[in-house]
Design a protein around this ligand. Structure first.
Ligand code: AMP
Length: 282
């Protein structure tokens, strides 16, 4: 661990600072507006690695034209305080022009796994994610990288990319941190008004109901999807975009749950789109 946290902007600054850090380096990529969920990833990296790097970059290429890029919340000062307290050694905060200089035309794209779920609802999203994460891997040269189960499909896609492109990096997926009432922590929770915030527990409630049904022996995936949708439909402020009960590895929709499965959903509370998931059958 270094004495004080280094903050880099350009790629050259980042590479220079990184070259002085001990291996293994653990990388935590983020879009900032950090909460305890992000910090749990940094803390895990702190325990497992000699040095810890964090990126803060609201990646424009993973946002669709009608998404919240321009209003995505930011709090650099608060973020840096939290990261320093959590023991990060190096923070990279590049500008969009640094990551995507004029003439940029190279993309990293994972195929099948990005088709369903978030990929179906957010065309181009994962192409932006995998491209920026590949660039972060090249920039930081980490031995380990940490991602949250909160973004389950993203975690699966990054694992796939890492294997397929032979990045010599161990990927660790960390559990979802939740508020006391079950709402998964997310930078986007800040968009919710008090009524929407209360109603937002509907994702956790729906997932919990399906998990309980599975524990009670229900194996019909349609019944599990129905258990979730009933709860969402009963919440007047919530609008369901999709619900899924999919194979954990392929992310294909199941008819019968026989092994590890992913229950997941995207739900609108007003204009705010929230996602959440549970793994069952572990
Ligand atoms: P983001 O800033 O939303 O891109 O998230 C950065 C990383 O933090 C991603 O790997 C997320 O999956 C992870 N993350 C976000 N929310 C949580 C949470 N509530 N618990 C654990 N990890 C999270």
């Amino acid at each position: 661990m270094s004495e004080s946290m280094i903050i880099a902007t350009t790629l050259e600054e980042l590479r220079q600072a990184r070259s002085l850090l001990d291996n293994p380096l653990g990388l935590v990529p983020t879009m900032g507006y950090l909460h305890k969920g992000h910090i749990s990833l940094v803390e895990r990296a702190r325990v497992e690695c000699a040095s810890v790097g964090v990126s803060i970059f609201v990646n424009p290429t993973q946002f669709g034209p009608n998404e919240d890029l321009n209003k995505y919340p930011r709090n650099i000062e608060g973020d840096l305080k939290l990261l320093e307290a959590a023991g990060a050694d190096l923070v990279w905060m590049p500008t969009p022009e640094i990551v995507y200089p004029p003439g940029f035309q190279t993309w990293v794209e994972v195929e099948g796994l990005t088709s369903p779920l978030e990929g179906a609802m957010r065309p181009g999203h994962f192409r932006g994610v995998t491209t920026v994460v590949a660039k972060l891997f090249n920039a930081f040269q980490p031995q380990k990288a940490y991602f949250g189960q909160k973004d389950a499909q993203q975690a699966a896609v990054i694992r796939r990319m890492t294997r397929d492109l032979d990045f010599p990096i161990e990927i660790t997926i960390c559990p979802t941190l939740r508020e006391a009432d079950g709402l998964a922590m997310s930078s986007r929770n800040t968009y919710l008004n008090p009524q929407e915030r209360q109603a937002a527990t509907v994702l956790f409630r729906a997932l919990s109901a399906a998990k309980a049904a599975h524990q009670a022996g229900e194996r019909d995936a349609d019944k599990l999807r129905q258990a979730m949708s009933e709860i969402i439909l009963a919440e007047p402020l919530a609008k369901m975009q999709y619900i899924s009960c999919a194979d954990y590895d392929s992310l294909e929709e199941l008819r019968t749950v026989s092994g590890k499965a992913l229950l997941s959903m995207a739900v609108y509370l007003g204009k705010t789109r929230l996602i959440d998931n549970f793994v069952i059958g572990e």
